[in-house]
Design a protein around this ligand. Structure first.
Ligand code: NAD
Length: 489
C-alpha cells in the first residue's frame, strides 16, 4: 500500500491547492510505535493562516457554496462520504501511523463512521428550514437560518478525522467556509479530508487546512478578524485560552473539552455487561477518549466481584503494535502523553490506591525499548479526592471507588470540575433513568458505554465546555438566525 508521503505532500491545503508553508518549513510526524518520523508536514505560521482565511472569506463572500442549490450541495457531501469509504484503507493507515490506534479501530470503526457523518449531514442540507411568523398589523415575519461565515476549527490528536468530521460536515452542510487546524501530531487524515472534498466538488477556498503548532497556527486563527466562529476540541486549559483570545473580536465559540467521566455500577446491574462496558470505557483507544469512563463507582454489594472481573479484563487487553492483528491497545499517542500517564500511575501508587492490574510501561516487552506502550491499568479503593480520581489522565488508567447509597454515588460522580459523560449500570430502568436525569453530564449511557451516532448530540456541562457537536444541534452552531420584517400594507 502507498504510504502517506506517496499521496500527500508536506503542504497546507489552501484555495483548492496544495500549498507549502510560506516559511518553507516542515516538521515531522512521529509514529508512536517506533518513535520515528513517518512523514513530513508543513509547519504553518500566521502568514499561512492569513492566506487560508482570505481564501475562505472570498469563497464565502462570492456565495459559490452557500448559494449553491441545496440538492447539489447535498450530493457533493454524499460523494465525499463515498470517496472516504473508497480510500478507507489508506486513510486508516495514516491515522494509525499518526496516533497509534489499532488498524481495526481506524479502519473498521472510525473512518467508516466519518463517512456516515458526512451522509447524515448531506441529508440535512435540503431540510434547513426557517419559519414564517404572524406579526402585528399587516406585516409578515421571516425567520431565516444563514451560515455563520468563515469557521475556524481546531482539533486534537485522539480522534483526528472523526472529530474534524463532527465539525466540518455540519459546517459545510450549512454553507460555511472553513479553515481547519488539526493537531500538529496527527494532521494527515484532515489533509485527506480536504483532498477528497475537492475531488467531490467542494469549490476552491471553501475548505482549507493549515497544519502546524497550537501557538503558531491555532492562536492566529483564533485572533483573526476574518474568522467569524471558532469551534475547538481539546483540553480545558487550551479551551480557556481560546475563549479569552476569541473575545477580542467577539467570535462565536464552541468548546468541546476534557472529562473525568464516571461509570456507575449498581448492585442490580448485569455485572458481566458492566465489567465489559467499564473495560471498553477506559481501554478503547488507550483511554485517549474525552468521554473515557475513567472513574468507575461500584456499589459495595458487588464491589469485590466487579474488581475480579475488571482485573481479568485488563489482563486480557493485549498491548501490541497497532498494525498487528490481535492488538487491543497500541502505544499512547506521543512522548508527552507517555510521560504524563506514567507519572499519574506513580501518583496513584504514592497516594495509596490499590494497584490491581498493569501499572507500568511495556516499552521493553512490546517495542524492544521503543514506542509509547503502557499496560492496561486498574486502581481499586481510590479516594474520590485522589489525583487519579480528579485529573483527566487521558490514558489507559482506571480508578475504581466503592459507594453505598445512590446519594453517595451522585455526590462522588459530581465531585470533579468536568461534566462530559457518564454511564449507569442497573437492571432497574426506573432507577437508571432517574439517575441519568440527575447526572450533570452532556451524555449519559445506560447499560452501555462509549457509543456514538451522527444523530446524537455530544458536548459538555461544567468545565467540559459548551455547544454541541453532532445531531441537529450542531446545525444551530453553524447557522445564524436572521429576522426579516415585511410590511405588506
Ligand atoms: P490540546 O488542547 O493540547 O490541543 C488541541 C488543539 O489545540 C491542537 O490542535 C493544538 O495544536 C491546539 N492548540 C494548542 N495550544 C493552542 C493555543 N494556544 N491556541 C490555539 N490552539 C491551540 O489537546 P490535545 O492534547 O490535542 O487533546 C486532548 C484533549 O482534548 C483532552 O483534554 C481531551 O479530553 C480533549 N478532547 C475533548 C473532546 C470532546 O469532544 N469534548 C474530544 C476529544 C478530545
Amino acid at each position: 500500500m502507498s504510504t502517506t508521503t506517496d499521496i500527500l505532500p508536506a503542504a497546507h491545503f489552501i484555495g483548492g491547492e496544495w500549498s507549502p508553508a510560506s516559511s518553507g518549513k516542515t516538521s515531522g510526524s512521529i509514529d508512536p510505535a517506533t518513535e520515528e518520523i513517518h512523514a513530513e508536514l508543513a509547519a504553518g505560521d500566521a502568514s499561512d493562516v492569513d492566506r487560508a482565511v482570505l481564501a475562505a472569506r472570498e469563497s464565502f463572500d462570492t456565495g459559490i457554496w452557500r448559494n449553491m442549490p441545496p440538492a447539489k450541495r447535498s450530493r457533493i457531501l454524499w460523494k465525499m462520504a463515498d470517496l472516504i469509504d473508497q480510500n478507507r484503507a489508506a486513510i486508516a493507515h495514516a491515522e494509525t501511523m499518526d496516533t497509534g490506534k489499532t488498524a481495526f479501530d481506524s479502519g473498521k470503526i472510525e473512518i467508516p463512521l466519518v463517512a456516515e457523518i458526512f451522509r447524515y449531514y448531506a441529508g440535512w442540507v435540503t431540510k434547513l428550514e426557517g419559519s414564517v411568523l404572524p406579526l402585528p398589523g399587516d406585516s409578515l415575519g421571516l425567520s431565516l437560518r444563514e451560515p455563520v461565515g468563515v469557521c475556524g476549527m481546531i482539533t486534537p490528536w485522539n480522534f483526528p478525522m472523526l472529530l474534524a468530521a463532527w465539525k466540518v460536515a455540519p459546517a459545510l452542510a450549512c454553507g460555511n467556509s472553513i479553515v481547519l487546524k488539526p493537531s500538529e501530531q496527527t494532521s494527515f487524515s484532515s489533509l485527506w479530508m480536504a483532498k477528497l472534498a475537492a475531488e467531490a466538488g467542494v469549490p476552491a477556498g471553501v475548505f482549507n487546512v493549515v497544519t502546524g503548532g497550537g501557538r503558531a497556527v491555532g492562536t492566529p486563527l483564533v485572533q483573526h478578524p476574518g474568522v467569524d466562529k471558532i469551534s475547538f476540541t481539546g483540553s480545558t486549559e487550551v479551551g480557556r485560552m481560546v475563549q479569552r483570545e476569541a473575545s477580542n473580536t467577539l467570535k462565536r465559540v464552541t468548546l468541546e473539552l476534557g472529562g473525568k467521566s464516571p461509570n456507575i455500577v449498581f448492585d442490580d446491574a448485569d455485572l458481566k455487561a458492566a465489567v465489559r462496558g467499564a473495560a471498553t470505557g477506559i481501554f478503547y483507544n488507550k483511554g485517549e477518549v474525552c468521554a473515557a469512563g475513567s472513574r468507575v463507582l461500584v456499589q459495595r454489594g458487588v464491589y469485590e466481584e466487579f474488581l475480579a472481573g475488571i482485573e481479568k479484563m485488563a489482563g486480557k487487553t493485549t498491548v501490541g503494535h497497532p498494525l498487528a492483528e490481535g492488538t487491543r491497545m497500541g502505544p499512547v499517542c506521543n512522548a508527552d502523553q507517555y510521560k504524563s500517564v506514567l507519572e499519574f500511575i506513580e501518583k496513584g501508587k504514592a497516594e495509596g490506591a490499590r494497584l490491581l492490574a498493569g501499572g507500568q510501561s511495556l516499552q521493553d516487552e512490546v517495542g524492544n525499548g521503543k514506542g509509547y506502550y503502557i499496560a492496561a491499568t486498574v486502581f481499586a479503593d481510590v479516594d474520590p479526592k485522589a489525583t487519579i480520581a480528579q485529573e483527566e489522565i487521558f490514558g489507559p488508567v482506571l480508578a475504581v471507588t466503592p459507594f453505598d447509597t445512590e446519594e453517595d454515588a451522585l455526590r462522588i460522580a459530581h465531585d470533579t470540575r468536568y461534566g462530559l459523560a457518564a454511564g449507569v449500570w442497573s437492571q432497574d430502568l426506573k432507577r437508571a433513568i432517574g439517575f441519568a436525569k440527575a447526572l450533570r453530564a452532556g451524555t449519559v449511557w445506560v447499560n452501555t458505554y462509549n457509543l456514538y451516532d451522527p444523530g446524537m448530540a455530544f458536548g459538555g456541562f461544567k468545565e467540559s465546555g459548551f455547544g454541541r457537536d453532532l445531531g441537529r444541534q450542531a446545525l444551530d452552531a453553524y447557522t445564524e438566525s436572521k429576522s426579516v420584517w415585511i410590511n405588506l400594507s
